[in-house]
Design a protein around this ligand. Structure first.
Ligand code: PMV
Length: 309
């Protein structure tokens, strides 16, 4: 029997702009998903038959990356699904880590690459942000050219990403989940149309790129005040790009007076926001009062791990 785990993630800076080749920073968080795998007579997930309809990521991973017999798979997760916190990446990563460990062939880079392929197959078009953040943990900085601390280079069709290690100190964030599931594809398409049609939107994307570059430096220095200000500026630009929502704005406004900064995280539309704060309990209460579901999380966590082999 093999037990593995993988973390969820938040996007600290750079979502949407990353689609246009700008950098983005994602951080692993201490909400984890664990996966137990053992050989069995029939393939099941938490006791139910494994089907593509209910378990598209596990089904695809098994089809493409497993040559052995049926498996009994148990998943337990602290990451709320549909919240933009990377639960589908974490399930893919933890399961692929387990398959690797079953064949004595667990390596993080291999898991990250396979997990990106599986997400792309299931979602149609994905960036490696979620799967690489869950595989590597800590922090990752994705850019369109190679730099220091390069972890891996991922290419798909005409698109490519250089995934770097980003030193992520232990910081406390409060996540506010709106409870609304929004799908990434239409939001990305909307921003693309806006950027293709107007110079104004293209300039917003450039500015988000500059904010993210600066955020890297402030993160290294653990300058939470400057980092918070950059997060809030990023949020305002994302709102002008049209990917915030009334619910997200309400939660950001509730958190801001008690935080260094706050912003939507991930695709937007619904999903979650994050606040960087040293008053997490108060921010949690404020978020709950405004109808959000709060999670207090820490960064600076390990990526995919084999817990028991
Ligand atoms: O939906 P999430 O949390 O995986 O974030 C999507 C991030 C985008 O930049 C909007 C899209 C992408 O593929 O990078």
């Amino acid at each position: 029997m093999i037990l593995t785990s993988a973390p969820g993630k938040i996007i600290l800076l750079g979502e949407h702009a990353v689609v246009f080749g700008k950098p983005a920073i994602a951080l692993g968080i201490d909400l984890r998903l664990s996966c137990t795998v053992s050989e069995a007579d029939k393939s099941t997930v938490n006791g139910y038959p494994l089907t593509y309809q209910y378990h598209p990521y596990i089904h695809t991973a098994m089809r493409d990356y497993w040559r052995g017999g049926p498996l009994s798979i148990e998943i337990s997760s602290e990451i709320p699904s549909g919240s933009g916190l990377g639960s589908s990446a974490a399930v893919t990563v933890a399961f692929l880590a387990a398959l690797g460990a079953m064949s004595d062939d667990f390596d993080v880079e291999g898991v990250a690459r396979r997990a990106f392929n599986v997400e792309s197959m299931v979602q149609g078009r994905a960036s490696p942000l979620d799967t690489s953040a869950s595989s590597h943990g800590h922090g990752i900085f994705v850019d369109s050219s190679p730099g220091d601390d390069l972890l891996w280079h991922i290419r798909q069709d005409s698109r490519q990403w250089y995934v770097h290690h980003c030193p992520a100190p232990e910081l406390t964030f409060v996540i506010g989940f709106t409870g609304i599931r929004a799908s990434t594809g239409p939001l990305v398409a909307r921003v693309r149309r806006y950027v293709e049609r107007t110079r104004f939107a293209a300039e917003l994307v450039d500015e988000i790129g500059q904010i993210t570059q600066e955020g890297m430096a402030r993160l290294r220095e653990r300058d939470v005040e400057a980092l918070g200000r950059l997060m809030t500026r990023d949020h305002n630009l994302l709102a002008i790009l049209g990917v915030s929502s009334r619910e997200l704005q309400t939660l950001v406004d509730a958190a801001l007076p008690l935080s260094y900064g706050a912003k939507l995280t991930g695709a937007g539309g619904g999903g979650s926001m994050i606040a960087l704060t040293d008053r997490p309990e108060e921010v949690s209460k404020a978020i709950r009062r405004r109808g959000g579901i709060p999670y207090i999380v820490q960064t600076g966590v390990d990526g995919a791990r084999v817990e028991r082999a």
